[in-house]
Design a protein around this ligand. Structure first.
Ligand SMILES: Nc1nc2c(ncn2[C@@H]2O[C@H](COP(=O)(O)OP(=O)(O)OP(=O)(O)O)[C@@H](O)[C@H]2O)c(=O)[nH]1
Ligand SMILES: [Mg+2]
Length: 350
């Protein structure tokens, strides 16, 4: 049974870049990963694409043939994919039973908030055996303005209620957050969504007429108690690793033992079954319910890295990268020298 992520979010929120970053991370970690491009308008796909919706349908063809605009054309493409789900299923089967699949979606928010095709496709994927989580990216610059922050809270809540999947909301491009102005509160205020009444002053100052409406919306969001955010700076490996751990908990991947792991003595296991159906005899509960460990797993560390001490951290990381580069260069030199000596002595040439 394969695992996967449905990557959604507004236009330009960083979905395709995230997919590419995750491909690089997982390749380095030796974890399987395949990316499915479901955005028929994605001309410059940055990542290696396992399945591309453009081989089924293209936005340009739809617009020309049916006289639709880009938005209507996109919805048509999704409806067409839903109607031709077999096409997708056949190709997904070729990826194998232990695949980990990212689905890169278009930026039209109605796909994840009220249009039915994506939801229907997700349900079909579930029936085909996929264990999925929705990863909803929101540009972090929205938190620098109270009313924009409320709008992404509402958008995230709506997507959670509509898609009905384990759901991770993400403030993407957090490395750019200081470029758009100062934050009124610490970053954890925005990620934890605990008490929105603190926004009253800035909301009322911006639009006094709508103060009561704004606070009613805040109450509604709080009453659901569902929305929270992780953060992401795609080029920061700690950030990517932390988000990966959070998603692995949401999909249930943390329960899956590596395919070559032997069960400890005295535990029941069947190595013949797909890895996702085998019990994790090592860390069944501890890994899933324990706090997520690791560098920058705490949002206060994220705040220090990207807001409070950004320049100091940039300088520190530059030095570390230089050191890492030196080590890699020396290792490569040593390996080249070794192979030269072996060649000179005729070792391994017979
Ligand atoms: N600084 C920074 N830039 C980012 C990050 N993630 C994405 N970007 C930039 O944001 C821009 C948009 O990224 P895309 O990945 O194309 O966004 P998208 O959500 O796929 O966009 P659509 O497919 O058009 O909806 C690109 O210029 C990326 O380089 C990030 O974590 N940090
Ligand atoms: Mg994209």
């Amino acid at each position: 049974m394969p695992f996967g992520e449905i990557v959604v979010g507004s236009p330009g929120s960083g979905k395709s870049t995230y997919c590419y970053g995750k491909h690089q991370l997982f390749s380095a970690l030796n974890r399987p990963i395949s990316i499915v491009n479901l955005d028929p308008a994605n001309d410059n796909i940055p990542y290696p694409c396992a399945i591309d919706i453009s081989s089924l349908i293209t936005l340009q063809d739809v617009m020309t043939e049916h006289g639709l605009g880009p938005n209507g054309g996109m919805l048509y493409c999704m409806e067409y994919l839903e109607a031709n789900y077999d096409w997708l299923e056949d190709r997904l089967k070729e990826l194998g039973k232990d695949a980990y699949v990212l689905f890169d979606l278009p930026g039209q928010v109605e796909l994840s908030t009220n249009h039915n095709s994506l939801k229907a496709i997700i349900q079909k994927l579930g029936k085909s055996g996929f264990r999925l989580a929705a990863v909803h990216l929101c540009d972090a610059h929205y938190v620098t303005d109270a009313s924009k922050y409320i709008s992404i809270l509402l958008l995230s809540l709506r997507a959670m209620l509509h898609l009905e999947l384990p759901h991770i909301n993400v403030l993407s491009k957090v490395d750019l957050i200081t470029h758009y102005g100062d934050l009124d509160f610490n970053l954890d205020f925005y990620t934890e969504v605990q008490d929105l009444s603190y926004l009253e002053n800035s909301l009322s100052a911006a639009s006094p007429r709508y103060a009561a409406l704004n606070m009613a919306i805040c109450e509604l969001i709080e009453d659901f108690g569902l929305v929270g955010f992780e953060t992401l700076a795609v080029e920061d490996k700690h950030s990517m690793l932390h988000l990966t751990r959070a998603i692995d908990r949401a999909t249930g991947y943390v329960f899956v033992p590596p395919s070559d792991a032997k069960a400890p003595e005295g535990t029941v296991d069947d190595p013949a079954r797909p890895s996702s159906q085998r019990p994790n005899t090592y860390q069944l509960l501890s890994s899933a319910v324990g706090p997520i460990a690791g560098t920058r797993s705490d949002v206060r560390d994220v705040q220090e890295r990207w807001v409070d001490a950004r320049e100091e951290w940039d300088a520190y990381e530059k030095v570390q990268w230089k050191k890492e580069g030196e080590i890699v260069r020396k290792e490569a030199e040593a390996a080249a020298k070794k192979s030269q000596i072996r060649e000179r002595n005729g070792v391994g040439t017979r």
